[in-house]
Each structure stands twice: as structure tokens, then as C-alpha cells.
Design a protein around this ligand. Structure first.
Ligand code: G3P
Ligand code: MG
Length: 244
């Protein structure tokens, strides 16, 4: 079984995270999937940005939820990383969907609603993904498992993956019990036995965020379904050329 490589926030080691250039470069590098983070603007538009607040990854300040899409689009989402990326904007989820639908990339949409439980984010994001006919292909994940349950109430056929950072006793039972088809577990909390537990239940398991070669090799050996990494180029080299 081949472990897939997902670019975490795009190719975020070399490009500003969660921007179109980071996603496009991940595809160029050969990544098989993309993970991105979604928050809602004041006018309820899903936008691709990791933090609830703007200051770390843009030249703005305050909360994403307090700004309209128009205001968010005026911000520079690249210069914080390197001034050569000063044309990068906060992408809308829709812009990413329009681009990704013509590629073979898998898409993991992480709803960032574990701190701010955005009202109706599930319905808004689901309807948008459905507009592009991708609702059964996309993997919806969140640390807010109640939100994933709400998504499953909208459509029981979609793929949801609860995110988990702690070590659980039988996480595959938990995932199955809530109707998830996979689970995304922090790399520090995963063992080979846990991966086997998921596979015995015909569930998938993916891990985040794996940037070191020896860990990549370990997870490839353990047959995990996918790793999320900031360095898809490095992961591909380790997986396919066995170098590094
Ligand atoms: O979805 C996996 C991972 O992205 C979760 O953590 O903080 O990088 O969004 P974070
Ligand atoms: Mg994320």
C-alpha cells in the first residue's frame, strides 16, 4: 500500500501557508493531497487561513470573523513569510475548489471551529463543496467533533475525519461510532498497533505534521494511509527514492 503525501497548508515550508502559491507549488512538487484550514468572514464566506486572528500570517490585525471578504481581500498574506510573496491574498475556499477540481489532488478541508464555533459553518462549507460536485470526495476534518457530527446530519455519505492530538485507547472504535471513515492523529500519538486497529475496521488513518525523514520512513513502513507534511518534496523523495 502506498502512503499518500498531503501538503499541510500547501507546501508551507517554502511558501506562505494556506495561499494559492503554496497549493500550486505542492501540486508541482508531486503531492497527492492538500490540507487547508477554513474560517468564516463576517459576511459568512469560508476563507482559507489557519488562525482566528490575522496578525501572524497577514498585514492585518483583529479577528477574521470581524472582517468582510472585501476587507480580508485587501490584506497581504505573503509578505510576513517573504516580501517576494507580497501579491498573495487570503484565498476563499471557493477559489481553491475551482482550481483543485481539475487536478487529481485529494482535498482535506479542516474546519477551524474548535475555538470559535462559527454558526452554520457546516452548511455553508458543505453547500459550497457540493456546488462543485466534490462533497463525497473531500475529507472534512475538525478538532470540533460535534461539528463533524452536524456535517454527517446534513449528508451521511460524506467523509469526516476527527482530529486528535492525544493518545486514545481504541480510537478506531470512536471514529466508527461517530460515523467517520478515517481519523487524523498527531504523529506523536500514533503507534503501529493503532494503525492496524483502523485498518482492521476498514477505516483510514492519517497523521500530521510529519517533517522529519526518520518519522516519514517509520510511517511509510507502518502503512499509514497518508502523512501531512510541510515538505511534500522531501516526503516524496524519502518515499520514492529512499534517499535522505
Ligand atoms: O489537519 C491537520 C493539522 O493541520 C491540524 O493542526 O494546527 O496544523 O491545523 P493545525
Ligand atoms: Mg490544519
Amino acid at each position: 500500500m502506498k502512503t499518500l503525501i498531503y501538503a499541510h497548508r500547501g507546501a508551507s515550508k517554502d511558501y506562505p501557508e494556506n495561499t494559492m502559491i503554496a497549493f500550486k507549488k505542492a501540486l508541482e512538487m508531486g503531492a497527492e493531497g492538500i490540507e487547508l484550514d477554513v474560517q468564516l468572514s463576517k459576511d459568512n464566506v469560508p476563507v482559507v487561513i489557519h488562525d482566528e486572528q490575522l496578525k501572524r500570517t497577514t498585514n492585518g490585525s483583529g479577528f477574521v470573523k470581524d472582517m468582510s471578504l472585501k476587507e480580508l481581500k485587501e490584506l497581504d498574506a505573503g509578505s510576513w513569510f517573504n516580501s517576494t510573496f507580497n501579491k498573495e491574498k487570503i484565498p476563499t475556499l471557493e477559489e481553491v475548489l475551482v482550481w483543485i477540481k481539475d487536478t487529481k489532488l485529494e482535498l482535506n478541508i479542516e474546519l477551524k471551529n474548535n475555538i470559535i464555533d462559527y454558526e452554520k459553518i457546516e452548511k455553508i462549507v458543505y453547500e459550497l463543496v457540493k456546488k462543485y460536485g466534490m462533497e463525497t470526495e473531500v475529507i472534512f476534518s475538525s478538532f470540533n467533533h460535534c461539528s463533524l457530527k452536524r456535517l454527517l446530519e446534513i449528508d451521511e455519505h460524506i467523509n469526516v475525519a476527527p482530529l486528535q492530538s492525544a493518545r486514545m485507547i481504541t480510537p478506531w472504535k470512536y471514529a466508527k461510532g461517530m460515523g467517520a471513515t478515517s481519523m487524523h492523529i498527531r504523529f506523536t500519538s500514533l503507534s503501529q498497533k493503532t494503525i492496524e486497529g483502523f485498518h482492521k475496521e476498514e477505516l483510514k488513518v492519517r497523521t500530521y505534521t510529519v517533517n522529519r525523514s526518520f518519522l516519514m520512513r517509520q510511517f511509510f513502513k507502518w502503512n499509514i494511509d497518508a502523512i501531512m507534511t510541510d515538505m511534500p518534496n522531501k516526503a516524496l523523495e524519502v518515499r520514492d527514492n529512499k534517499k535522505r
